[in-house]
Design a protein around this ligand. Sequence first.
Ligand code: 9MR
Length: 387
Amino acid sequence: MRRSLRSLLVATAAASLVVPLWAGTAANAEPPGFSHADKDTLRNQAPRDLAIGSAVWAQRDLLSYDPAAPTELQRVLGAQFSSVTPENDMKWDAIHPAPDVYDFASADALVAFAEANGQEVRGHTLLWHSQNPAWVTAASSTWTCDDARAVLEDHIRTVVGHFKGEIYEWDVANEIFQDNWDAGGVRLRTEANPFLRACADDPVALIGDAFRWAHEADPDAVLFLNDYNAEGINEKTDAYYDLAQRLLADGVPLSGFGAQGHLSLLYGFDTSIQANFERFAALGLKVAVTEADVRIPLLDGETGPTPAQVAEQAARYDAMLEACLNVPACSSFTVWGFPDANSWVPAVFPGEGWATIFEDDFSPKPAFDVMLASLRDATPGISPRRG
Ligand code: 9MR
């Protein structure tokens, strides 16, 4: 089991003054079966026990996994990354398709892949306004808060309990705040989220209990709030900062804050990500970049981005990674899948793309090279740019 291996190695390192604390921790351990030539990888260059992850949609890409004959995607995923996040396989519509039916098949396949490749698993996600099954949407129109609480509690206890000991970080609450461009501005999603809507009189109590149920089901998992547009210090992250303080004051087992990191070159880059991470870390929370990608506006008729766009993309990926490297509480840095052909971006943002760190033939982009160099240059627990 990944986490117990990590604890064991840290304990062993602590007991021996000869073995540095970062050496051989589970997150950076070499996957079985890889040759020396594969050692120059993101996972093996990561400092301290920083997990370097990717999302993968197990239903599409891992069900047919044969360790003796991996697909190119599976080979790269195993070689480069020490953590995997199910892109869709643990979401409500996939894992709880009917009131009394839980389907763990593809999520279990992801956990099995991770174990075969010496990887940890980030769980995603338990309370969200999107990708809920039709039965939830239909039933929620008549839910009382007690009804919603009963459904959510059963789901969280069942799903987190199923994976107990297998998942090091869970995105418990995902995208629970609106954006400042939404009607009503930045506030909890008590309209779009069916659970928060049913408990709109006191949504914070429901959120707190979601964390409590998850913690009771797996006391060792680090439990995250997670959102987009949550990289820098802004109105939304101010709201999260206030919520985190309130939850912690109430004794809620909140233990992480995740910035998804979905960036676009259409917009400027907010350089306050490190300062934002530092304020959440000061509350005693882990922080993480959970879904990094950097999409590029592509002109009609062009087959790819310009050299300047490629360089800017690499700089933004690296800036997010550097913020993580510079904050010791940053526990994981995850990219949201690869290669570009698998990216969610073109379907949602027509005219934008080329967002991942691998081209469709799996060759690494400059963003990959720059991040690999930053990981290699980082000393354990501290980034070289920190002085
Ligand atoms: O990448 C996911 C895509 O395959 C799904 O169709 C989509 C459905 O909403 O969700 C995508 O992942 C999202 C993640 O779960 C939460 N943050 C935003 C991600 C991109 O939309």
